[in-house]
Design a protein around this ligand. Structure first.
Ligand code: GLN
Length: 483
């Protein structure tokens, strides 16, 4: 069994298909499926064909590698030169960046072809992609279900194969949770290993670009291409290569299972799917160890305090002057108030207000400083666990995909991020892999978290599991009949 990237690369190299034909095929699928799925908010056909021509020359010249000619999509908060990048927000309508993000450049240098930009929650704030100003994407497994978020469009595009692979961004789970909901693999790398240059900021100390792919093998190939130190992001760091370490001896591993991640919040179907996956890993020879992670509920509060605080500062730049749209006013202040009031959505405004509040005089030590202290304790708790375990297994989300348009309260929506925020706060690598289906056929995601810089180990374990379990996710009839 080989991954989607490897399969396409072989077809291209053996001249069974040309780059142009491959792009034709993908664009044709997008035209048929996107009206149903709303995964893409912009396509870049003209540019894709130009890139295909270049990729073909690279292949013909004998120096095209595995990513040459591979069609990729990028979340709409990742800057792409000449292609709109709007964070699915009204405030950035018409914004066309003058440069591409480091991760996009790295892929394009290798000959990958950008198909377009994918749908997301406005400024990556959310878990259902429903705060997008273009309307939510639909889950290709069941159109009435949420695709997850905030990188919902990227997960949908990969699941429906209207992109071979996609980039997402993960602040508190936005790569892993939509991947889990749509039945694909989502990887959040160690913080800093992929440059944030060109990623539009939500919460800078948490934001991380990561791949959403059809398999852990594909995710590893993309991660390996986009990682690396970049002088435009002072927090970026060099990391070990992923594919070179992808063979791991499962018998040497100790896998921790933190009991707090299996509370009453987690549905029975999720619990039993993860339980079965743990049994499979144990039968393969790994040692399973029950561990404790006492800070779980505090992690959620700390995440929302810190992310909103950083967001309130980061989003100050949308002032009607430097980027995007403007509504005129009698003076500068009125112009700013009118612009921000009209063009930011409700959730974004809520978070800016929350963030401003927790940073304000008198409250800073009560909220922000305490959240930072909780973050420290979370890092130590992980350190302690990784003293005795190589990896941790948890659910990616407490349930499979929820209904679209369910309109949960903020507290309900925020608490569904409980399983993904701890790794984000500690900056650790974490991957979500499909590990079973609910009775209704909805995918369930398992999260594998590893220690800092152990990205390859997380991906190797994910790859081992994917191969051993061979979970098959079925797309819904409406999607299949369009093909
Ligand atoms: N759902 C989380 C939030 O709304 C995570 C979002 C993200 O990772 N971008 O903050």
């Amino acid at each position: 069994m080989s991954g989607r990237i490897m399969t396409l690369a072989r077809l291209l190299r053996e001249r069974k298909i040309s780059c142009r034909e491959l792009i034709d095929r993908y664009i044709c699928r997008i035209e048929r499926l996107n009206p149903l799925l709303n995964a893409y908010v912009f396509t870049a056909a003209k540019q894709s064909y130009k890139q295909a021509e270049r990729a073909q020359k690279m292949i013909d010249g004998g120096f095209g590698d595995i990513l040459c000619g591979i069609p990729v999509a990028a979340k709409d908060n990742i800057c792409t030169e000449g292609v709109p990048t709007t964070c699915c927000s009204k405030i950035l309508q018409g914004h066309i960046p003058l440069y591409s993000a480091y991760a996009v450049r790295r892929l394009e240098e290798r000959g990958a072809i950008l198909l377009g930009k994918t749908n997301m929650d406005e400024f990556a704030m959310g878990s259902s992609s429903e705060t997008s100003c273009y309307g939510a994407p639909s889950n290709p497994v069941n159109l009435s279900k949420s695709a997850g978020g905030s990188s919902g469009g990227s997960a949908v595009a990969v699941a429906a194969d209207i992109a071979a692979v996609a980039l997402g961004s993960d602040t508190g789970g936005s790569v892993r949770q939509p991947a889990a909901f749509c039945g694909v693999t989502g990887f959040r790398p160690t913080y800093g290993t992929v440059s944030r240059s060109g990623l539009i900021a939500y919460a800078s100390s948490l934001d991380q670009i990561g791949p959403i792919a059809a398999s852990a093998e594909d995710a590893a190939i993309i991660y390996d291409a986009i990682r690396g130190r970049d002088c435009l992001d002072m927090t970026s760091v060099e990391s070990p290569s992923a594919p070179s370490l992808v063979e791991t001896d499962i018998k040497k591993l100790t896998v921790g299972v933190p009991r707090e991640f299996f509370s009453d919040m987690v549905s029975d179907e999720v619990k039993s799917a993860i339980g079965a996956a743990i049994c499979l890993i144990e039968r393969a020879g790994a040692r399973i160890k029950e561990v404790s992670f006492p800070h779980l509920s505090a992690a959620l509060s700390a995440y929302y305090v810190i992310s909103c605080a950083e967001a309130s500062s980061n989003l100050g730049r949308y002032d009607g002057v430097r980027y995007g749209r403007r509504i005129e006013g009698a003076d500068v202040e009125e112009m700013m108030v009118k612009t921000r009031s009209a063009y930011f959505g409700r959730e974004v405004k809520r978070r800016i207000m929350l963030g401003t509040f927790v940073l304000s005089g008198g409250y800073k030590s009560r909220y922000f400083a305490r959240a930072c202290a909780v973050r420290e304790s979370i890092c130590s708790a992980f350190e302690q666990i990784f003293g005795e375990c190589d990896a941790i297994i948890t659910p990616t989300a407490p349930t499979a995909a929820f209904d679209k348009g369910g309109n949960p309260s903020s507290a309900e929506a925020y608490s569904a991020d409980i399983c993904t925020v701890p790794a984000s706060l500690a900056g650790l690598p974490a991957v979500s892999v499909p590990c079973g289906l609910t009775e209704g056929g909805l995918p369930i995601g398992m999260q594998i978290i590893c220690g800092r810089m152990k990205d390859s180990l997380a991906l190797s374990l994910a790859r081992f599991y994917e191969r051993a379990a061979d979970v098959r996710v079925k797309l819904c009839g409406e999607v299949l009949s369009e093909l």
